[in-house]
Design a protein around this ligand. Structure first.
Ligand code: DOR
Ligand code: ZN
Length: 346
């Protein structure tokens, strides 16, 4: 097959930032994606319905002329989040999820949750109204090895949390392990998991063997090869509980190539061609549309998009830009380390 046409895709986990960075990275997503779940970890974070309305307006103001892209807004869960504010935000249709960052787990997560007792009421409200909780699934206990933090989170935090709040709809964000895949497979239809493009491509050797590659560093960090293979199997399986959330997370090169580099891979520009490559390699091109355009919309109870996206394979490798210029500095586009022959042609 050298051409495939899909329903227009959705990115169910995206970092757009703000200001000059937002202006520069937004077109990279809107060129291919119709909607995206927008992460709220700004400084300060998007905590209230009012914060989400204001951020939504800034995103819409930054849209390229004529774009019909729809931001799907997310509230940042804090120990002070008000259940009534969440209810109003969901009822308006503007806010589609609430994001749980364990305090200290990742970029700008210090306002996240330490004491889960303090968010019990808001989680119960979300269960009642069917609003999904998007979960960054890593424990922050410094004694837990960073490569084990997802698996330990499932046992210590996620399973007990779901038992305490029956009916809560949960998205395990950017899963990176076979334990994450197994947990998602064992759950009912109130749980789903997003998978990033880069975690389908990288294992930890790519980050660390033969020199440290800061542009491959993200959180959760890529794991052993067996985990990457489990993610590939899940993404290409056709199981509706797995769908795309790129976690495309721009940081300037100055902050990535640094003594203490930021976590995040910027994949918005080339995600769809990379996924076509991955799905073709696994003999699953016919399941790409489910992963990018149908399963996520179904979980979020949204209609699939009307438009389409066509990917074409050519004999010559596609030339993607190496970097995006932003008013804040350059951002490196994710380089998979192998030639990709697919490109978006319509
Ligand atoms: O790699 C990551 N980057 N993981 C996250 O959880 C946050 C994100 C960011 O905001 O940069
Ligand atoms: Zn993220």
């Amino acid at each position: 097959m050298t051409q495939i046409t899909l329903r227009r895709p959705d990115d169910m986990h995206l970092h757009l930032r703000d200001g000059a960075m937002l202006q520069a990275v937004l077109p990279e997503t809107t060129r291919h994606f119709a909607r995206a779940i927008i992460m709220p970890n700004l400084v300060p974070p998007v905590v209230t319905f009012a914060d989400a309305r204001a951020y939504d307006a800034r995103i819409r103001a930054a849209l390229p002329q004529g774009s019909t892209f729809q931001p799907l807004m997310t509230l940042y869960l804090t120990e002070g989040t008000d259940p009534a504010d969440v209810t109003a935000a969901a009822a308006s249709g503007l806010v589609k999820s609430v994001k749980l960052y364990p305090a200290g787990a990742t970029t700008n997560s210090h306002s996240g949750v330490s004491d889960f007792g303090k968010v019990q009421a808001v989680l119960e409200t979300m269960a009642e109204i069917g609003l999904p909780l998007c979960v960054h699934g890593e424990v922050t206990d410094p004694t837990v090895d960073i490569f084990d933090r997802e698996a330990v989170f499932i046992d210590r935090v996620l399973a007990p949390l779901r038992a305490r709040v029956p009916g809560l709809r949960v998205v395990m964000e950017h899963i990176t392990t076979e334990e994450g895949v197994a947990y998602a497979r064992s759950a009912g239809d109130d749980l789903a998991a997003t998978i990033t493009t880069h975690h389908l491509i990288l294992n930890r050797n790519h980050i660390l063997a033969g020199g440290i590659r800061p542009h491959y560093y993200c959180l959760p960090v890529a794991k052993r090869e067996k985990h990457r293979l489990a993610l590939r199997a899940a993404a290409t399986s056709g199981d509706p509980r797995f769908f795309l959330g790129t976690d495309s997370a721009p940081h300037t090169d100055a902050l990535k190539e640094h003594a203490c580099g930021c976590a995040g891979c910027f994949t918005a520009t080339n995600t769809m061609p990379l996924l076509a490559h991955v799905f073709e390699q696994d003999g699953a091109l016919d399941r790409l549309e489910g992963f990018t355009s149908l399963h996520g919309a179904a979980f979020y109870r949204l209609p699939p998009n009307d438009g389409t996206l066509t990917l074409t394979k050519s004999a010559t490798p596609t030339a993607f830009p190496a970097k995006i210029d932003t008013g804040a500095g350059t951002v490196t586009v994710f380089d998979p380390g192998f030639p990709v022959h697919w490109q978006v042609t319509a």
